[in-house]
Write a protein that binds this ligand. Sequence first.
Ligand code: FAD
Ligand code: NAD
Length: 396
Amino acid sequence: MSRIPRIVILGAGYGGILAAIRLQKELNYNEADVTLVNKHDYHYITTHLHMPAAGTDNPENARVNILKLIDEFKVDFVKSTVTQIRPHEKKVILEDGTLSYDYLVIGLGGEAETFGIPGLKENALNIRSINSVRFIREHIEYQFAKFKREPDRKDYLTFVIGGAGFTGIEFIGELADRIPLLCKEFDVDPSLVKIYNIEAAPTALPGFDPELVEYAMKVLTDKGVTFKIGTAIKECTPEGVLIAGDEFIKAATVVWTGGIRGNHMLDEAGFETMRGRIKVDEHLHAPGFDNIYVVGDCSIVMNDEGRPYPPTAQIAMQQGEAVAHNLIASIRGSQMKTFKYSNKGTVASLGKGQAIGIVGSRKLKGNVAAMMKKVVDMRYLYIIGGIPLVIRKGRF
Ligand code: FAD
Ligand code: NAD
């Protein structure tokens, strides 16, 4: 290669932005051309999205201008949508052009997994991006406004959240906080509002500590949430959801938080995938491609028991840093690192002042856990944007 290598990073999410920031810190200017492609000119803090979705926080607080995070002298930013990846031609097709690369980092994030359940794709809302959560917030407010014009339509005030994983639970915590405010604003009797959380598994937050799950369910039940556990959603229509036992819940709002899969473009590109995600090797390469790295929700990393780690921001960030290290190693001909995930714990919010978590071997709940959640959020802002970003976007 006579010219300097071209590195293209697809997606400025947790994995992509960490890779870009680390490369800009460590590469000398004449070692590589780095290009970051993202469909928006902002990075969104996915881990905050349950709040603007419910309307308990402003969407502005969940996004950061990418040009505030990268140094344009070191990383070129291209605001565009990737439409196709051509791994054998070393090309990426954008909505408005083509990029060639020597090294590619795929960090395009996940998509809602609907498991082929009829009507979910068409009729349910998803918490996935700034635009999607703005839509959910506006939709919720509009249901209250509509109810005032048609007071016999109780389904306008019925909210179904499909899936009691962490996304569902965190969103419900916020929604349950917002409902009393909306009732006041729209002069609606709070007893008319119903929030259902429907979970197919025998427990909410499957696999998480049972004592903390019980605590979370109690907090949310006290806020007015009705759980239907061990009850799968079988179909979603514009009128509501059909659940196991052939019960139909009439609801004008269905938010699907039943799981995620990788980006559809990975299947289309011919990679071997499991639910749209690529099982990467120990250096985070896509199998068979030493020049393609995959991070975050598009990737699968196995734990020591041979089971996939859950797709989280935490693992995406660590992968982003590891990929940057390995890219530099390939360019300089030095030693690559084997990726080893280090689990720092899990903390999930249950709404204002309430959370649950496990950090190290410690179980946390209530206000202490809620404070820990803030610390985790601030730490992330500090990592990507230093103290100025903590001051601008931190929720103190
Ligand atoms: P993402 O962060 O999803 O970023 C993907 C990027 O790619 C985005 O910028 C997107 O705009 C861009 N993109 C997508 N398609 C295209 C395209 N075609 N062209 C160009 N750009 C494109 N994990 C935790 O560890 N802790 C938490 O507390 C936590 N809370 C969460 C709360 C919620 C409400 C949700 C939904 C998830 C939460 N997660 C949490 C999971 C975590 O957010 C994801 O695992 C993480 O965002 C994955 O990072 P990523 O880099 O793979 O992709
Ligand atoms: P998930 O896959 O973790 O949970 C989805 C839930 O939906 C599961 O409990 C599943 O049993 C249920 N479900 C699936 N099909 C169903 C059906 N037909 N009817 C009813 N329920 C059904 O997905 P998620 O909650 O979106 O989380 C995605 C990833 O993001 C996970 O790795 C999670 O750990 C991570 N996350 C972490 C946090 C945090 O750490 N605070 C917050 C949000 C998300």
